[in-house]
Design a protein. Structure first.
Length: 194
């Protein structure tokens, strides 16, 4: 049985939901120990555990990419049935992906400032503290803004993502009706009516 490319879209949406949830969750867990404390502790952690912070940056960027893929696929899946919902969801998720991508700029700055420090015991200079405070604030405030977009639908993303990945869409296209048509030779053939 041949399937159209759009029939697989719900499965792709489910995969994007699951990928977005997973990368976001793991990035949040990994960043807890690095981004907690005052600016001196954060800069020390960024300098000594730069690999983990780079992984957090990578996961947050992958989360943004997954959100863009999810938004695009969901728009394709819903545009014919509920276009206004698809448009509003697309706008909200694209705004969330943009805010999350901007929040990684603060983490890049923390990596840079933390990497220039010689060790965890050295004192933080006032200029490093100011830059670190700004970078940490940028990351935290962008995260707070993104939280407004996804606080209500985090459980929705996980459940719907797994559902679409496993079961597919509950929407099924209409099956064409069959009629029997007589030909000039007297042989019956089936004609599909849409």
């Amino acid at each position: 049985m041949a399937t159209s490319p759009e029939a697989a879209v719900p499965h792709y949406v489910g995969a994007a939901f699951a990928a977005q949830f997973s990368t976001s969750f793991v990035a949040g867990i990994l960043s807890l120990s690095i981004l907690s404390g005052d600016v001196g502790e954060v800069l020390s952690a960024a300098g000594t555990d730069a690999t983990r912070l780079r992984l957090v940056v990578l996961l947050e960027l992958l989360t943004s990419i997954a959100i863009v893929a999810l938004t695009s696929l969901l728009y394709v899946a819903l545009r014919d049935s509920i276009r206004w919902v698809a448009t509003v969801a697309c706008a909200c998720w694209l705004a969330e992906a943009t805010v999350l991508a901007v929040s990684t700029l603060g983490l890049y700055t923390l990596l840079d400032v933390g990497g220039t420090r010689s060790g965890s015991g050295s004192a933080v200079t006032p200029s490093d503290a100011a830059v670190g405070q700004f970078a940490l604030g940028l990351h935290e405030h962008a995260g707070d803004i993104a939280m407004l977009l996804y606080a209500a639908y985090v459980p929705f993303e996980l459940v719907v993502g797994i559902w679409l990945l496993v079961k597919g869409s509950p929407y099924r296209p209409e099956v064409p009706r069959q009629t029997v048509a007589a030909t000039s030779t007297g042989i019956k053939r089936f004609v599909f009516l849409a």
